[in-house]
Design a protein around this ligand. Structure first.
Ligand code: NAD
Length: 262
């Protein structure tokens, strides 16, 4: 791979697990220095940081910002600018899930999902835009979902936040269209991660089938009958950071194995 992101600095939120790792791997292999973010075991995060840095031959850092806290989100951007001079690529990817009928949905879970999935991207974009505009270059990639393109029953907060991020993406894209900045959303289908695996367990229990059978059913909900992989997600995100993608902005791009074609 050519190192077309040499000299660029990327933040990937929620990159201690799942598809954020795929994004960090792809961006670092294209030459970007990457700040990882998310929760997890300290030793495992350090091993992940060191592995990605070694495989890509770039500096990789870790910032433990809690995206529930708006000041910490702004701090993540400020600390990255202080560390490496810029934030050129911002991937708003961290997420949590809660599945319940709306009338039983815990208010605290609603607030947390809106905070992490929708408000945190706003706070991060707000903090990163002045530097991107001053330098005349920026790439913002927001992780939405197929639930940002159509509703998902028992996921009212998730559907609301993921539709919301599509709107935020369009507004920011229009505001920055003449500034060398693009802002896009990706809308993945099922990817096997820390978020989807517990949902497979619940499906298995509810349907009285094994975990593997529930996993197969989930894959079969895709027209391709296959899961999307975190590597495929990372590759699309890295493509959105190329010059070839400079006219793609304000888009919500399904990476969903054909799901929303139905
Ligand atoms: P994951 O659970 O594997 O990873 C989530 C990441 O977010 C972790 O690194 C976690 O530590 C981090 N995180 C959670 N709360 C945080 C907080 N308060 N502050 C900082 N970091 C926090 O899940 P994933 O599937 O890789 O999810 C990544 C994104 O993809 C999410 O936005 C999710 O909604 C979206 N998505 C997932 C799927 C799927 O099938 N897995 C499909 C479509 C969209």
């Amino acid at each position: 791979m050519t190192r077309y992101l040499d000299g660029r600095v990327a933040i990937v939120t929620g990159s201690t697990s799942g598809m954020g790792i795929g994004m960090a791997e792809a961006l670092s292999k294209a030459g970007a220095r990457v700040v990882l973010n998310g929760f997890g075991d300290t030793d495992e995060i350090e091993a992940l940081r060191a592995r990605i840095a070694e495989e890509a031959g770039v500096e990789v850092a870790y910032d433990p910002a809690d995206l529930m806290d708006p000041a910490d989100v702004a701090g993540l951007v400020a600390r990255t600018e202080a560390r490496w001079g810029s934030v050129d690529i911002l991937c708003n990817n961290a997420g949590i899930q809660h599945v319940a009928l709306t009338e039983h949905f815990p208010v605290e879970r609603w607030d947390a999902q809106i905070a992490i999935l929708l408000s945190a991207p706003f706070h991060a974009i707000r903090a990163a835009l002045p530097g991107m505009k001053a330098r005349g270059w920026g790439r913002i990639v927001n992780t939405s979902s197929t639930s940002g393109l159509r509703g998902s029953a028992k996921k009212s907060a998730y559907s609301a936040a993921k539709h919301g991020i599509v709107g935020l993406t369009k507004a920011v894209a229009l505001e920055t269209a003449e500034d060398g900045i693009t802002c896009n959303a990706i809308c993945p289908g099922w990817v096997l991660t820390g978020m989807s695996r517990p949902q497979i367990e619940v499906r298995a229990q509810q349907a009285g089938v094994s975990y593997d059978e529930a996993m197969e059913q989930m894959a079969n909900s895709h027209p391709t009958k296959k899961f999307v992989t975190k590597e495929q997600i990372g590759a699309v995100v890295a493509f959105l950071c190329t010059d070839a993608a400079s006219q793609i902005t304000g888009a919500s791009i399904p990476i969903d194995a054909g799901l929303t074609a139905k």
